[in-house]
Design a binder for this molecule. Sequence first.
Ligand code: CU
Length: 60
Amino acid sequence: MTIKVTNMTCQHCVRTIQMALIKNKIIAEINLNDQTVTVSSQTPESEVKKVIHDAGYETA
Ligand SMILES: [Cu+2]
């Protein structure tokens, strides 16, 4: 699953999102240029989006 994070603009954002995901045991690869989060764990999309939103970021 790939989720677009529209306001992820720098390495600080990447780190913040990565830490939030790890804390929730979500394994993902983040691409800053594409503004995407690609999840490899079997986590429901709604849960991943909630973690991203709670970290202060918007998803498309
Ligand atoms: Cu940033």
